[in-house]
Design a protein around this ligand. Structure first.
Ligand SMILES: [Zn+2]
Length: 207
């Protein structure tokens, strides 16, 4: 059931949803706490994963197919939080234990930077400019370059966290290492292509 699309139809929040005076906690505060479960209706799936809801009239007899009040839940799944733990060790020896709890879902259109390479994001893109702190200058430049160059025009780009440090990356341009590598790999090819283009122009009488 990996990579299935669906719609969130209900959220089961944590039980302590009352303030000390007995009033309900506002929804925006509820969202700061991990829900106990999220119910998702899967697209194009009619299997019943959860038991049907039985109405009061059929509480003893059980689910009735002819009752309007008894409901079955085709394609509905209950997702609970998953916790995973791992130890991250970087190439230079920095190590930290990581524990992350979350739901195995994400907005359908959300994707990582890597999934965007070579694509054009129509009709637009909401970009989170969160560059890893430990990334070097060349990686920072490449990240910002990929993020900025996915849209057809800047009107189609919404930016989140476009901070001064990102501005620095943009204004400093590509690091010398990248420019040098480009020269090393493509210089001969560029010169040869120019010569071929010139020969072709003369052959076609375009001069
Ligand atoms: Zn019923």
């Amino acid at each position: 059931m990996s990579d299935t699309t669906g719609t969130i139809v209900a959220v089961d929040f944590a039980p302590s949803t009352k303030l000390p005076d007995g009033s309900s906690v506002p929804t925006e505060l509820l969202l700061q706490h991990q829900p106990r479960a999220i119910y998702v209706k899967l697209d194009d799936v009619n299997l019943e994963f959860l038991p049907p809801s039985v109405c009061a009239a059929h509480a003893l007899a059980g689910f009735s197919e002819t009752s309007d009040m008894c409901k079955c839940h085709a394609g509905l799944v209950k997702l609970t939080p998953h916790t995973v733990c791992w130890r991250f060790v970087s190439s230079d020896g920095f190590a930290v234990n990581v524990q992350r709890t979350g739901f195995p879902i994400q907005p359908e259109k959300a994707c990582s930077l890597y999934a965007l390479q070579g694509t054009t994001t129509d009709p637009g893109l909401i970009t989170h400019f969160d560059v890893p702190k430990r990334a070097g200058a060349d990686i920072r430049f490449l990240i910002v370059y990929v993020l900025l160059s996915r849209v057809r025009n800047l009107k189609s780009l919404l930016s989140v966290n476009l901070s001064d440090s990102i501005r620095e990356v943009i204004e400093s341009g590509p690091p010398d290492g990248l420019v040098g590598e480009f020269e090393r790999i493509f210089a001969d090819k560029l010169a040869a292509t120019s010569r071929k283009a010139e020969t072709a122009r003369q052959a076609l009488g375009w001069n």
